[in-house]
Write a new protein. Structure first.
Length: 282
């Protein structure tokens, strides 16, 4: 399993890194669009649609992303769209976690399917727009999620259950603890501080997501980073909940050793649109 994970990770990096640093944005946009289309196919399977409809969902997601590009939204997305995305993730995520695994099945299959496709298309749009703002900006958002995940893992392993006897969401993801969540938030603040210091040595052209927040003061940066950290956890829990509802361990087997695409990007799905919402509105 470890060998598979390493080989798959190296193969993905071999594809992503050249596209990320390419002189033109199209290679990165095309590669990430393929990944999002695969995620849309997985989403159909998780929600019990037929094989043909799952492929149709992929095409619908690709078409929505293409139309947003033709509409010029990569350069200037209506701020209201990011607000809708942020509100959907906060409200829907809170509702789903509160109602638990059984509550997800109360939605009609078509409404679950369409809501997921909409949010996947918005995640790609946010990813592509973040890339166009600069590699430093995009990486700062991606690393925020990875830092929250890594710090949560180690804090959860070392302190899980010692401070808070109640688990975070035992019916959805038994391994997650409140100690892990707090550790993840601490990691995000540490990374944001280090990244902002680095930005100051590079000049204003290298502004990251963190710098844009801290330039507006702690009263903006602190709640924004707390929100981003919390929503990365929500993205993870939401995908776990949907998989449990479908009776599946992984979203698919497309990435040997890692599961499916949604298993790798679940925490990014809410945080990318939220990052663009914060930049647009703050």
């Amino acid at each position: 399993m470890l060998k598979q994970r390493v080989i798959t990770a190296l193969a993905l990096l071999a594809l992503l890194l050249p596209a990320l640093f390419a002189a033109h944005p199209w290679p990165f946009m095309a590669l990430t669009l393929v990944l999002i289309a695969a995620g849309a196919w997985e989403w159909g399977r998780l929600n019990g649609v037929g094989p043909v409809q799952a492929w149709v969902g992929s095409l619908v997601c690709v078409a929505a992303c293409a139309l947003s590009t033709l509409a010029g939204w990569l350069q200037s997305t209506p701020p209201q769209l990011w607000l809708v995305a942020g509100a959907m993730w906060v409200l829907l995520g809170a509702w789903m976690i509160r109602r638990g695994v059984s509550g997800w099945a109360l939605w009609s299959r078509s409404s679950r399917w369409w809501a997921g496709l909409f949010l996947l298309a918005l995640a790609w749009l946010a990813l592509a727009q973040a890339h166009q703002r600069g590699v430093n900006f995009l990486l700062s958002v991606l690393v925020l999620v990875w830092a929250a995940d890594v710090f949560a893992y180690f804090f959860g392993r070392g302190l899980g259950g010692r401070i808070f006897p109640v688990k975070l969401a035992p019916a959805i993801s038994p391994g997650k603890s409140w100690e892990g969540v707090l550790g993840g938030m601490l990691g995000v603040f540490l990374v944001s501080w280090l990244w902002t210091v680095f930005d100051q040595t590079q000049g204003p052209s290298a502004a990251s997501f963190y710098t844009l927040l801290w330039e507006r003061g702690a009263g903006v940066a602190v709640p924004a980073l707390l929100l981003m950290s919390a929503m990365s956890v929500v993205g993870d829990l939401v995908e776990s909940l949907v998989k449990r509802s479908a009776g599946m361990k992984d979203s698919s087997g497309l990435l040997p050793g890692h599961g499916g695409v949604l298993d790798r990007v679940d925490a990014l799905l809410p945080t990318l649109p939220l990052a663009m919402m914060l930049v647009a509105w703050i």
